[in-house]
Design a protein around this ligand. Structure first.
Ligand code: NAP
Length: 352
């Protein structure tokens, strides 16, 4: 009988909003097993249950309540795969150390997303961008590599744009977001600031969406991605929702397709993770809603473990041609689940 040995992994930032999602998802993963949990110096040496309060449903601490947290450096926390849920500051210092030491680092931080030789990966959208790690290894002489997730708002948006870009070509995008408080980490926005309120500012968020979409929709080239000629205008708002980003989107598509043609393209989209049946890939990447008042964050965002995105209200837009409502899970598809899917793709491509 064939024995399958799971690949050991490290979670950096294991105590945070995204880190806990990683631990929950990895607790029963068919390919990966947690070897090290790490966070800041404040947490190092403590048991997981002492270092943070568990804030998710299900088995507390992913069954690792007594696991002792180690310092987040390769000397103490090295594994072949490192999932990073670090803030951008520590990520910019620590992630290259792990890549240099030979790990594949799957990062949620913004530190290296726009670096030329770093893939900004969504497996349904740009699996071929994985090949950028060859350039990265040549450039730095690393044995490992850094592979980034996009910003959570950009992740949800690009999932809907990618099939439309493939079928028609996307020229312009105008997106207004209504973003969950979990997107700000823990403790995040104070309840006095967000309850009964909408905050029309999330630092650097609009800029991230506007620059990351052209990279993800861009064409792979051996010396870096050729950015797609897509103009994006993002207006980002924080709203009193716990998990799930809703986005109101208008798009200008080449050839001015009808809403019915757009609906059919989204319905028929069968990208690579679904064809490969990767363990974290949802059965369909886009759930299309026909009801006039869906998708709704409270009713829809947890479907498929938060890994599908939801599109509804596809209709004609007097400004750009097509408009629709989009919804996705910021800490699952937009963070931990997306990163683990990236690692599953790398595994399926023989990179591990
Ligand atoms: P968070 O709740 O604030 O967690 C931050 C984590 O980083 C904690 O585990 C913290 O450990 C650790 N940390 C802080 N300073 C450190 C240091 N100097 N060295 C090592 N570890 C350190 O933040 P989050 O929301 O989980 O976000 C984590 C990353 O994912 C960020 O880069 C964020 O931009 C990105 N992201 C978040 C979302 C989302 O929806 N929340 C979505 C996509 C991407 P201690 O507990 O010990 O302080």
């Amino acid at each position: 009988m064939t024995q399958y040995i799971k690949i050991p992994v490290t979670v950096l930032g294991a105590t945070g909003v995204v880190g806990q999602r990683f631990v929950r998802r990895l607790a029963n993963h068919p390919l990966f097993i947690i070897q090290h949990l790490a966070a800041s110096e404040r947490s190092s040496g403590k048991r997981y249950r002492e270092a943070c309060a568990w804030r998710l449903d299900g088995d507390s601490y992913g069954g690792l309540a007594d696991h002792v947290l180690v310092p987040g450096d390769p000397h103490h926390a090295m594994s072949p795969i490192v999932f990073s849920a670090l803030d951008s500051g520590p990520a910019s210092e620590l992630e290259p150390l792990f890549a240099q030491a030979g790990a594949l680092v799957f990062s949620n931080a913004s530190a290296f997303r726009m670096t030329r030789e770093v893939p900004l990966l969504v497996p349904e959208v740009n699996p071929d961008h994985l090949r950028l790690i060859e350039l990265q290894r040549r450039h730095h002489g690393w044995k490992g590599a850094i592979l980034c997730n996009p910003n959570c708002t950009a992740t949800v948006l690009v999932m809907a744009l990618a099939p439309l870009h493939q079928a028609f070509g996307v020229e312009k995008v105008f997106m207004t977001s209504m973003q969950a408080v979990s997107g700000a980490g823990y403790p995040g926005v104070s309840s006095l600031d967000i309850l009964g309120n909408v905050v029309p500012f999330i630092r650097n968020e609009e800029e991230k969406v506007e620059e990351e979409i052209p990279k993800m929709l861009g064409r792979f080239a051996p010396d870096g991605v050729e950015l797609a000629a897509v103009a994006v205008s993002a207006l980002c708002h924080r709203v009193p929702v716990i998990d799930g980003h809703t986005e109101a989107v208008s798009v200008k598509l080449k050839g001015d397709p009808t809403p019915e043609q757009v609906r059919e393209v989204l319905r028929a989209w069968k990208p690579e993770p679904q064809a490969l049946a990767l363990p974290s890939a949802p059965p369909v990447p886009i759930r299309l809603h026909e009801a006039e008042d869906r998708p709704q964050v409270r009713r829809d965002v947890e479907m498929d473990g938060g890994m599908s995105v939801h599109v509804g209200r596809i209709r004609a837009c007097p400004l750009l041609g097509i408009k629709f409502t989009l919804l996705g899970h910021n800490t699952e598809r937009g963070a931990a689940g997306g990163s683990i899917l990236n690692a599953e793709l790398a595994h399926a491509k023989g990179l591990l």
